[in-house]
Write a protein of this length. Structure first.
Length: 202
């Protein structure tokens, strides 16, 4: 009888201990380290049709305007793919430079735009002025271009062809176009011909 009374006397303490241990166990199960891996997958989370993306310069002026017939955004890295992308770089004193391709991929920071498939870069002819001798239309084509939006660079390490006026050149190792200084550098061994634009009145 005394034995039973002793058990009943300590029963509330035992039950409280069991409850405490059960609560602790449930908290541990819910801790982040013990949760199932729910990492985001590289799958679209939304799409937009006829999209326009505008980046601004330090003074608020339009720097790049990027358009596409469709944008697909991915949740894991915030990157976006673009269908039929066209990227136009505006210059305060010169005609805009246009780069386009079949498919584009922009990183989550919106600092790099990769353009793949029938990639072209076009800069219109620039008339002569008091301080500038002017230049003929520039057209560059390759399978792929990469635009470094912050650095204002368009580059490729794939075979590339350049046409300007009557001149045509090609390289198997790519080229780099500096949008800020409007300068083009072809990489590696360059082949082609350079002719005076005056033959056509440029």
């Amino acid at each position: 009888m005394n034995y039973l009374s002793t058990i009943l006397k300590f029963m509330p303490l035992v039950l409280m201990g069991i409850l405490t241990l059960g609560t602790y166990w449930m908290v541990q199960l819910g801790a982040p380290d013990n949760l199932p891996n729910k990492s985001k997958k590289h799958v679209p989370d939304y799409t937009l049709d006829e999209v326009t993306i505008t980046t601004l310069g330090p003074s608020g002026e339009t720097k790049y305007r990027i358009v596409g017939t469709k944008l697909t955004h991915y949740e894991d890295d915030s990157s976006s793919s673009l269908t039929n992308p066209i990227a136009r770089r505006f210059h305060p004193t010169k005609p805009p430079t246009t780069v386009k391709a079949d498919i584009g991929l922009m990183n989550g920071e919106m600092s790099i735009l990769n353009l793949n498939g029938n990639a072209t870069l076009t800069r219109p002819a620039q008339p002569a002025s008091a301080s500038d001798s002017g230049s003929a239309r520039l057209f560059m084509s390759s399978a792929s271009f990469t635009i470094l939006l912050n650095e204002d660079i368009v580059k490729t390490n794939l075979p590339v062809t350049l046409e300007q006026g009557l001149s045509i050149m090609s390289s198997e190792e790519g080229a780099v176009f500096d949008n800020v200084h409007q300068q083009l550098t072809m990489v590696g061994k360059v082949r082609g011909r350079i002719e005076s634009d005056t033959k056509k009145g440029y």
